[in-house]
Design a protein around this ligand. Sequence first.
Ligand code: AMP
Length: 326
Amino acid sequence: MSKEKIIEIYNKIKEYDRIIIFRHFRPDGDAVGSTKGLQRILQLSFPEKDIYLQNDDFSEYLAFLGEEDKPINDSMYASSLGMVLDTGNAKRISNQKYALCKELVKLDHHIPLESYGTLEWVEEDRSSTCEMVAAFYEALSDKLVIDKEAATYIYTGMVTDSGRFRFRDVSDETMRLAGLMLRQNIDTEWIFANLYMKDFELFKFESFVYQKMKITENGVAYIHITDAIKEKFNLTMENASAAVSYLDSIKGSLIWVAFIDSPDGTIRVRLRSRFLHVNEIAERYRGGGHASACGATLLNKKEIKKLLSEADALLKEYKSTHEGWL
Ligand code: AMP
């Protein structure tokens, strides 16, 4: 099934002189890694084609992977193939000019909320979109070219989206494809240092989160990072949003959530779980993502209460009907 899709996508790429690659806004390692990795593979494999990355925003913590392309002329879209990676629904595409492209390929591993491509390859069981790009390369390795730079991008996204190869959707295939990237002699120490070393001040914020975090009756851990807290610690939206990862290993707490005030007055939700699925909660609040890692948008504090009580009820139900959770 995936081999057929891969060949279809390869043939589609061959039809075009220009390809424009897109990802979701507020990019994570997988969004940046998969798009930059694919761009590099296509540039090496088809030097006669123009391959552009056109996105409207960026994430500071991934700046070590290098810059993306400057905006191209709008008139160039109409004769181009667009490729959108790591994005479940069209509203989340970083650059809404994607719609000007002649045809659109969707390549993604999120739970499909919406179909928007003329050609779609979606595998929600894959641990990352980068894993799919690696599989794409492997299936066509007699035709495509990879190098250390491309493998660095792809490996970075495989690491970040799989929680450093810890999450349930990591398979033997994931490890094999990660091995294929390692064969390019990438510098994993450099990648890990760039991804996970933090400024001194951020540890102060982390300790603040541990002091202020709360837990509901049945074990949903949560924290609300308000504008006042962001100001106190001089946090970017990115740094504030990292709070969700600090809550991730509390015994008995199989669901954890960070609420972060957004500059537009809404509240960003980052929702995580182990053993049980929380994506349906996210979908009820203008969100989506993966079964155990998803996001949503709330309009006010009342919705925080409501979401927490739904998560609490879900966890209560799970605990009363299952054994063996910690
Ligand atoms: P985050 O907490 O932002 O890291 O999101 C976790 C996963 O859910 C990522 O794969 C996101 O792309 C996805 N996601 C986050 N927010 C939304 C949303 N509002 N709608 C759809 N998917 C989302």
